[in-house]
Structure formats: structure tokens, C-alpha cells
Design a binder for this molecule. Sequence first.
Ligand code: B16
Ligand code: MG
Length: 232
Amino acid sequence: MSPDIRGFIFDLDGVLTDTAEYHYLAWHKLADEEELPFNREANEALRGVSRRESLLHIVGDRQYSEAQLQEMMDRKNRYYVESIQNISPHDLLPGVVTLLDELKQAGIKIALGSASKNAQTVIEKLGITNRIDAITDGYSVQRPKPAPDLFLYAANQLGLEPSQVIVVEDAEAGIEAALAGQMWTIGLGPPARVGAAHIVLPSLAGVHWTDLRAKLNELRIGDKEDKGDKGE
Ligand code: B16
Ligand code: MG
């Protein structure tokens, strides 16, 4: 029996739009001010990672008080929020609008599952708030990805079982989270990063629901369990 997909959960940064560059520039400014080493390579490890975990990654062994960490997170966020002011529907990544339209046409529910506390603002600026049935973000749950909590919460908001949803993610931590939640997964990016996903694609450009459904139909029953085992 093939998967019976009734809902899609889309990650935001790296899937619907590319805010990663803005996050990178904001972290870089903070790191420079604090004289902490940081470059694009180090930034790769922050993909899909929460604000606090990202900061802890950047400070490494350097000791800071909780108040100092909090101030640095706030400062980075100010830089980030300033930089996303001009985001518009033009910043939607290729293929997104077409796929959202096709899913709506097929009666499939849509949720956002982002680690970002700025997700609501970004979605509004992208002009897709009314296409999304449930928004789950950095405020929704305590434990960040790779814990499955955010996606389980999103599925619940849609009124669906984990086995009825597919998560679209660009981050290793996100694929891990979805697999831990016993969900189907589409990984966007190089196999070295998202190879654990059931379906791996370079991006959503030119991707249609009918093609995805065909790929899902090819998956053998048990594939999800195999992937889940791999993720543990
Ligand atoms: P904020 P996603 C993630 O978004 C970003 O990829 C990651 O770089 C960022 O640190 C995280 O959101 C938290 O964002 O500081 O705005 O709360 O990929 O989960 O949509
Ligand atoms: Mg992402």
C-alpha cells in the first residue's frame, strides 16, 4: 500500500524562500563585534538550527553569562529583522507557487513548520499567509529540530496522523526530526545533507504534485520504517 498523503508541512528557510543569507550576514556582524571566528563554512552547520543553538555553536568554548547570551541573540535578531524588511513575493523560491496551487487543487492541507520566531512576518511579506492552513514556528514547541515535536504539532494542527503528512526540508536536522516523527520526507539539496529523506530533489523548481505522487507510489511499504531506523 502506498502512502496516503493528506497534508504537506513546509519548512521556511531554504524551502519556501532563502532567508539563510540574511541569517548569515546578521550572525557575521555579531561575530565580528564579538571577535568570534565565523565564515560561510561555519554557517552551513546552522541550517535549520534554532537561534540559541546557532549562537552556542558560534561562541564555542568562550564563556558567556545567560544575560550576555540573551543580549547577543536579541542583537543578532535586530540585525536580521532589519534585513528582511524588503522581502516580497518575488523572494519565493522557484516552483513554490505552482506546487502550493496544485496541492490546494488536490485538497491537500498545508502547514508551515519553521524553527524561526520570525516565520509569521516572513510568510506575510511573501504574501502566502492565506495559502497556509496552520503555522507552526519557533514559538510553538520547546524542543527544536531534530526533535520531532514541531512537525508533530503541525500535523496535529492539520488534524492529520504523522503517516498522512510529508515534510519538505532542506536541513539534516529537519529530515531527522520528520523521520523521528514517523512522517514521509522530501529533502531539498545534496544527498550528503538530506540523503536520509524518502525523496531527494535539488529544489522545488519544476516539481509537480503528480510527479511526487508517482514517486511516493514507488516506495515500498516498510520504506518509512527503514528510514526511521536509519535516523535513530
Ligand atoms: P530565528 P527554518 C531556521 O529557519 C533557519 O534556517 C535558521 O538559520 C535560524 O537560526 C532558525 O530558523 C531560527 O530563526 O532566529 O528567526 O528564530 O529553516 O526552520 O525555516
Ligand atoms: Mg530550512
